[in-house]
Design a protein around this ligand. Structure first.
Ligand code: ADP
Length: 541
């Protein structure tokens, strides 16, 4: 027997219609590439998203065609999120921090038809446009009078002139909720990047899940600041969840330094922010050296790479801000787990609570996870046994775009490439990426654990642990360290700092001071590059 409820497809256009109807005057505030602050409302977003949809019709862009964006977090990018997907085209957000050759490769692989870019990326476009034969229209996200006369880019037009000609009414089409809505390439540290192709259904379900109280707890009373880029896994789905709950949305544009982010948080009374640890490091550095406090910020989601314990403690103890540690990946839209405590933890000591908060957290409903051994056997949830982390759920990838790399699932589960433990309460903790874990004498050493100890030292700005070949133990860990400016810390002092914090055999064999740890396009440490940098390094005898 079938149920007898209405069958409405879960479409992204419904999110923007809801925001415009029920939260018409909630603000969307952006620091623009031009440097000034732009503010308008959810009602305006909807109108201009409809102009985008009409604009795409006028350009003759077919249904399902890919529209690339090379843009910071801002209101025009938000309009493209809803206008492109809402009109049944596919939004392809591109990471501008990739090298131009990779950007061109991705644009061609996705077969983008239109490319919209912030003016900061004009030099990239000037370098690649001749190598992207598929693109029929280049659109600069600026006013008509800001368009350079002699850019050399054929068919270049300004976004404002393009949508300005269009009516702001549009009947969003209704179609199968499994239709593709947006896509994002993984950073591809090995081989060519592969793309996750999200659907309307996966995006709307993810938006519901992300807003839950044990996830980001987003509500209409929030002022939310996604520092995590809209070009990286849809800013963790925040634009969609924000429209769903109708909160105020604040965009930092290109200004991600500590002072700019701090000023924006204060000026726009931000209550909730989300970003990767490297950005928060800059924010905390600025706040502490200027002795500043947040007046409205209450909680922040930190993920993308392991959040150092010292950062969680500093946010809480010095600033009264709760850190929600989160884990996910491009292939998971991206949210998998978030770390919020259970009722039974309310009365445990602060120290116990801290131990839990360091974990990557519990699965949100919709995500199922397990850890398995090398032979695929499921491992116990005891908080100690570690294994390969597998996931499944309706916003988790089934196959990559164009079937690149073959069929990735194993018995219906997506292998994440992460190694983790899960405790009896369901809290998952990432030990390492499987390719970063250090194998010493048949035992595994978590590079994250080794980095976390170094990061807790007051003289250390950044630390990365890698394994070095060893004749007897296979591999031994060493830690590459960037000192804080003016810090006097020595190798011996840092090695002694590990005493009592990790098991004796896990202690790194050496500390190597470096000027900088190489970072990838999404702000994560690039250990492949670090290994190349240290290829002539020899372990101390
Ligand atoms: P890419 O895989 O292209 O580097 P993703 O953003 O998809 O980019 O990265 C996902 C990976 O990032 C995860 O598989 C995991 O290794 C790492 N990661 C994400 N969040 C965390 C976290 N909170 N702690 C530790 N590692 C994390």
């Amino acid at each position: 027997m079938l149920g007898q409820m209405q069958n409405h497809p879960l479409l992204i256009s419904r999110l923007i219609d809801h925001a415009a109807r029920h939260h018409a005057d909630s603000e969307v505030v952006s620091r623009r590439v031009e440097g000034d602050i732009h503010r308008y409302t959810w009602a305006d977003v909807q109108k201009r998203a409809k102009q985008v949809a009409n604009g795409l019709d006028a350009l003759g862009v077919g249904l399902g065609e890919r529209i690339g964006t090379l843009a910071w977090n801002g209101y025009r990018h938000l309009e493209l999120y809803f206008g492109v997907s809402g009109s049944n085209r596919v939004l392809h957000t591109i990471n501008p921090r990739l090298i131009p050759e990779q950007i061109a490769w991705i644009v061609n692989h996705a077969e983008d038809k239109v490319l919209c870019f912030d003016m900061s990326f004009l030099p990239i476009i000037q370098g690649i446009h001749a190598h992207c034969p598929n693109i029929t229209h280049w659109i600069a996200l600026c006013d008509a009078d800001k368009l350079p006369a002699d850019s050399g880019i054929p068919n270049l037009r300004s976004y404002e002139a393009w949508i300005g000609e269009q009516p702001n009414t549009y009947a969003w089409p209704v179609f199968d909720e499994n239709t593709a809505s947006s896509m994002c390439y993984t950073s591809g540290t090995t081989g060519h990047p592969k793309a996750a192709l999200y659907s309307h259904r996966s995006t709307v379900l993810h938006a519901f899940a992300a807003a839950l109280p044990d996830a980001m707890a987003l509500s209409a009373s929030d002022s939310a600041l996604p520092v995590v880029p809209m070009f990286h896994v849809n800013a963790w789905g925040l634009p969609y969840s924000a429209a769903m709950v109708g909160c105020k949305l604040v965009f930092p544009g290109p200004a991600l330094d500590g002072k700019s982010v701090f000023d924006l948080i204060e000026a726009e009374k931000v209550t909730f922010a989300a970003g990767v640890p490297t950005v928060w490091q800059m924010l905390l550095g600025y706040a502490s050296s200027n002795n500043l406090r947040f007046s409205t910020l209450k909680r922040t989601v930190i993920g993308g790479s392991a959040c150092p314990p010292a950062m969680i403690a500093s946010f809480r103890d010095n600033y009264g801000v709760d850190v929600l540690h989160a884990w996910g990946m491009t292939e998971m839209s991206p949210l998998g787990t978030l770390c919020t405590l259970k009722e039974k933890h309310r009365h445990v000591s602060e120290e116990e609570k801290m131990k839990i908060r360091l974990k990557q957290g519990r699965a949100i409903f919709g995500v199922d996870m397990k850890i398995v051994s090398d032979d695929g056997a499921e491992l116990p949830w005891d908080g100690k046994t570690y294994g390969d982390l597998y996931v499944k759920g309706p916003w988790i990838l089934d196959t990559y775009y164009k079937n690149e790399g073959g069929y990735p699932l194993i018995d219906g589960w997506f292998p994440t490439g992460d190694v983790a433990t899960i405790d009896a309460d369901g809290f998952m903790q990432i030990t390492d990426r499987s390719k970063d874990v250090i194998k010493s004498g048949g035992e595994w050493i978590s590079s994250i654990d080794i980095e976390n100890v170094a990061m807790a030292h007051p003289g250390v700005a950044m630390a990365a642990c890698i394994g070095m070949p060893h004749p007897k133990w296979d591999e031994r860990p060493i830690v590459a360290v960037v000192k804080k400016p003016d810090a006097q810390v020595t190798r011996e002092e840092l090695l002694a700092f590990y005493e009592g914090k990790v098991a004796k055999w896990q202690k790194p064999d050496d500390v190597v001071f470096v000027d900088a740890i190489p970072l990838g396009a999404t702000g994560k440490m690039l250990k492949t590059r670090l290994r190349e940098m240290l290829k002539d390094y020899k372990l101390p005898a």
